[in-house]
Design a protein around this ligand. Structure first.
Ligand code: XBP
Ligand code: MG
Length: 255
């Protein structure tokens, strides 16, 4: 088998998390006495900036305020973002953010077949711990050979840095790995690291350009919600499993 490791993005890929992030940002703004309130359309635009702190900074740039006020807002970003992370974690730990279809099945299958797992995400490490701990139990993170998160990458997605970090730590060439993403920024990051990339678009990213992806699916598929006929015909299966992934990876290598 060619396949050495699966590398997962988190937000939008392992779970549809961005509505919970959006509400957590708004709770933190209220907590800090700021009259900022990110609506869904505003958040969809702001999501094009990866990283919560960078996203707040990008929003501050759009405000019609004095230079002094802008500088004051920027000085408070880290504290606001820390508060947001607390609000977000509380929502996740309450079980309100489910894993996407097929994620748990594929993680289990990879473990059974000794395929290593990695995470390459822009989000904060504490958020990963909360999400995976809630759904996979106290040893959740032990399932992953490498976790690359948040500020570990000098440049966030769409830069390839976080994927290159994970590949170095796995000590595997990109040709033996597959990345899973949900957004155009994430796809660019994974392709920048020369990875075969499977995209499962989320509610927030569904209108983005995924023409550079090696495979685009509505989800990983599950017994309850199998993949649509076109995907079944392409894969020869109603869900995306390790065998199907390895076959797709080989097909690209042979071209
Ligand atoms: C998506 C992001 C993150 C989240 C918010 O990360 O860009 O910034 O939106 O999380 P992924 P933080 O690479 O997993 O899709 O506020 O912790 O950044
Ligand atoms: Mg994502």
């Amino acid at each position: 088998m060619t396949l050495g490791a699966l590398i997962f993005d988190v937000d939008g890929t392992l779970a549809d998390t961005e509505e919970a992030h959006r509400l957590a940002f708004n709770e933190a703004f209220r907590q800090f006495g700021l009259d900022w309130n990110w609506s869904r359309p505003t958040y969809a635009r702001l999501l094009l900036t990866t990283g919560g702190k960078e996203r707040i900074a990008a929003y501050i740039e759009t405000l019609d305020v004095s230079t002094a006020e802008r500088a004051d807002f920027k000085r408070r970003i880290d504290a606001i973002h820390a508060a947001k992370t607390e609000h977000y974690m509380r929502t996740v730990l309450a079980g309100e953010v489910p894993l996407r279809d097929g994620v748990l099945r594929l993680l289990d299958e990879a473990a059974q077949m000794r395929i290593r797992l990695g995470i390459a995400t822009t989000t904060t490490f504490a958020n990963i711990e909360a999400l995976l701990g809630t759904h996979l139990g106290p040893d959740a993170l032990d399932r992953f050979a490498v976790i690359g998160a948040g500020d570990q990458a000098k440049r966030k997605k769409p830069a390839p840095d976080i994927y290159e970090y994970v590949l170095r730590e796995l000590d595997l060439p990109p040709e033996e790995c597959v990345a899973f993403e949900d957004s155009a920024n994430g796809l660019m990051a994974a392709k920048g690291a020369r990875l075969f990339t499977i995209v499962t678009p989320s509610y927030w990213s569904s209108a983005e350009d995924f023409s550079a992806a090696d495979l685009v699916l509505p989800s990983l598929g599950s017994a309850e919600r199998p993949l649509p006929p076109a995907a079944v015909e392409l894969l020869g299966a109603s869900v995306l499993g390790i065998r199907e992934i390895d076959r797709q990876l080989n097909a690209v290598r042979e071209t």
